[in-house]
Design a protein around this ligand. Sequence first.
Ligand code: GDP
Length: 207
Amino acid sequence: MFEERPNRGAEVVFVGRSNVGKSTLMRELTGHDRFTTGKKPGVTREPNHFDWASEDFMFTDLPGFGFMSGVDERRREQIKTDIVRYVEDNADRILAGVLVVDGKSAVEIIDRHTNDEEIPHDVEMFYFLEELGIPAVVAVNKMDKVDDRDERLNELCDRLGLYPPWQQWTETIAPISAKRGNVEALKEALRHHFHEAKRDDLLKFVT
Ligand code: GDP
């Protein structure tokens, strides 16, 4: 089970498969490194709460889901259950849920899992956030490695049930490159959702 959650009235949560660049993104957004609580280096099993600021707000990096080397199936299922429960329990306080994906491989992974007749984790998470009424933003990371940018992003929209072209969905689809420090599209999407939630007081966290 997850440890105690800091008592903050508003938060943005981050979910995604392992290795999509989530910790790189957290560092870029917050200027802080996470502390790794997992026993295995690099594998986080507890949420990382970035609650350094004095405002009643935090960013929360939830553990990576999907395949992780050295983590067995049962443990992975448990992590996913914990993530779902955390988001459900805190839905009222979550201003936005950021689903981080790897722009180069996301569509391929979704399609592979669809063929297995199961709902791919990424798609499931996206709908799950929407069902809870939490604005979902897909941070499509590693775009520096993607050549056919528009085509890739349109395919991703299609898999998420959003009509292409992707440019219609800038509040939802945010192409970024965390490693290059290019996260403006994500910040813009979050600014939109903060504003919609009448939380302009928190815009400084995403400018
Ligand atoms: P996490 O497991 O999701 O927390 O992923 P990490 O932040 O540890 O990143 C996984 C790998 O992807 C590392 O080698 C990063 O340097 C790399 N990475 C992260 N963001 C980007 C990006 O925007 N572009 C590229 N090309 N690599 C990235």
